[in-house]
Design a protein around this ligand. Structure first.
Ligand code: DQA
Length: 150
């Protein structure tokens, strides 16, 4: 009997369910479900199982991080605008023992000043930003490497 693959939890913050319609020049024309499907395939190629949660409310994301403690092997977090002020999410991520990869479709460092601060970055192992949908694949590759699987 083979062991269950380690779980990677992908968290998507507010407004990311509107991808495809929302500001396609910045975020592209693909929908969140397209990114999640391809991220799941990349996870499976690394012997990992992807779970996904999208929530507009910070409390739901915090609860998901709590639920991932001791259960998930790693987190990939695109916190949307919560990236820039979500201190409760920051504190929750700080309690997670495994790898945390911060992810953005756009490159917030090249955008408005208020996007240039991330409260996720200080509790992440690293950040993938500015590569559009490719970022989901790069984030899964980074997680696999951090878990010693790539
Ligand atoms: C984002 C960047 C954030 O500044 C923004 O609020 C988002 C999306 C990105 O993926 O580029 O909602 O996280």
């Amino acid at each position: 009997m083979s062991a269950r693959p380690p779980v990677v939890l992908l968290l998507s913050g507010p407004n990311l369910q509107l991808l495809g319609d929302r500001d396609p020049k910045v975020y592209g024309t693909e929908r969140l479900e397209d990114h999640v499907r391809r991220a799941s395939e990349r996870a499976a190629a690394h012997g990992l199982a992807l779970e996904h949660l999208q929530a507009d409310a910070e409390a739901a994301l915090v609860a998901a991080v709590h639920g991932a403690r001791g259960r998930a092997a790693a987190l990939v977090v695109n916190a949307g605008a919560l990236t820039h002020y979500g201190w409760a999410l920051h504190d929750a991520l700080a309690t997670f023992a495994g790898p945390v990869v911060e992810l953005h479709l756009s490159n917030p460092a090249a955008r408005e000043p208020w996007r240039q601060t991330s409260v996720v970055a200080p509790v992440a192992d690293g950040t993938v930003a500015g590569f559009g949908g490719l970022g989901y694949l790069l984030a899964l590759d980074a997680v696999a490497a951090l878990l010693g699987r790539a």
